[in-house]
Write a new protein. Sequence first.
Lengths: 356, 145
Amino acid sequence: MILQSLFLALGLQNLFLAFSGTFLGIIMGALPGIGATMTMALLLPFTYWMKADAALILLGAVYCGCVYGGSISAILLNTPGTPASAATTFDGYPMSKKGKGMTAIGISAMASFVGGVVGLFFLMTLSPVLAEISLKFGPSEFFMLTLFTFLVISFAVVKGSVFKGLIAIGIGLVLSTIGYDPVSGGLRFTFGITYLEDGIKLIPSIIGLFAVSEAFALSEKGGTIAESPDVHGNVLNGCKAVFRYPMTLIKSVLIGSGIGALPGIGVSAANLIAYVVSKSGSRHADEFGEGAEEGVIAPEASNNAVTATSLIPLLTLGIPGSAASAVLMGALMIQGLTPGASLFSTDGLITYTFFF
Amino acid sequence: METTRKRVEVGLIVFFLITSVLFYTQLGDYSSIAQKFPLLAIIYLAVISITRFIQLGKLKKEENSAVFFNRDFLTVLILVVLYLLLMPIIGFFLSTTIFLPMCMWLLNFRKKVVITILTLTTVTSIYFVFINIFNVPVPNSLLGF
């Protein structure tokens, strides 16, 4: 069945859909505020008339393309196209400022490729094992992991005083209370403004924090983003640079794969955790935040590993690991496929074609 | 406009404390369940902000570097505030059509043709992408356009 799936995946139509989906995903991912979920949701109606394997390949390619595309604007404009690339800005943008933007793009592409391939390997081989662990993840485990993310960001990412990071967490917590209360359903802190009723969503807040602050900084500095008039390095050098840091690459891919398999955490946390772990274990920790190559490898390798492994809880248990995989679950249902064991037995041909 | 890092941080802390107080005063209107999490978040923000305030008081002179806000930064800041205030009154399209050229002109970008093309392209593409394709509404003016 696996060999048959491989041949099906290499069919002309499926290859065309994979390439065009990736291309579209990269463009949409690079546009801040669009992201994988919205692009996939917009494409969903077009998959009604497609065969199940073709529909899943198109949506899967868009998903992976979007996550990679988000890093392009993160590196060149300091504005992550998707939350998955938030940590890429920490070192990707300083590299652009030094005139090494293309090298950073190369690093991002190769790290994403390695992350994606290894993640896919885990998806195919470890699905049942990781699915069992994710079943044991309850509210207290989610709470502890979120708390861990908060603390590592405060202690390891924020420069200067730890209190600056802790204040940032406080502001985030207060702002998250705006809108509908999830327990009672009542409105909180909207001050009569209709736009606040839905709360402050992740994407607008990320654009506000990264893009608007960058616009202010640029208006003050004047000139262009690159401080150096010469553009050093190229994409190929960036691709090679990834393999100079094998430990960073391996650690980040493993972090991404592990987090992806846990439902609900997703790419937003994986890239930050991988960045912090790489920084703490690096011999060049003081270069992080100033344009370190490892600082681009870590988030990019982890966020692409997540894209593959976040499908594990979806395909094995029917629990979406992220918002984008929830859209993919919609596509599965449209095609009459039920997430669970049947996807690996009766509908195995479609599932393995999608994997390839 | 020249100031110090300490003053900027103190200004921000005061803003966070005012926000905490403002949110706290609203809590009485909500049910006891809806009050719990915001109360914790508000207390946390206030306590951490006050701790940082005390820490800033002990800041050494050499750590208190000068911060300089130039004219361009203040111009853009004022324009953005005006843009946000005017948007609900005159609508997204009119406010953007005024904001973009003014911003570019005041930031010493004086190529009239390029400014016109950039403004029209931005407004038109936002209209087509968000309204025509995504069906996402943008703020209308009080006159309904």
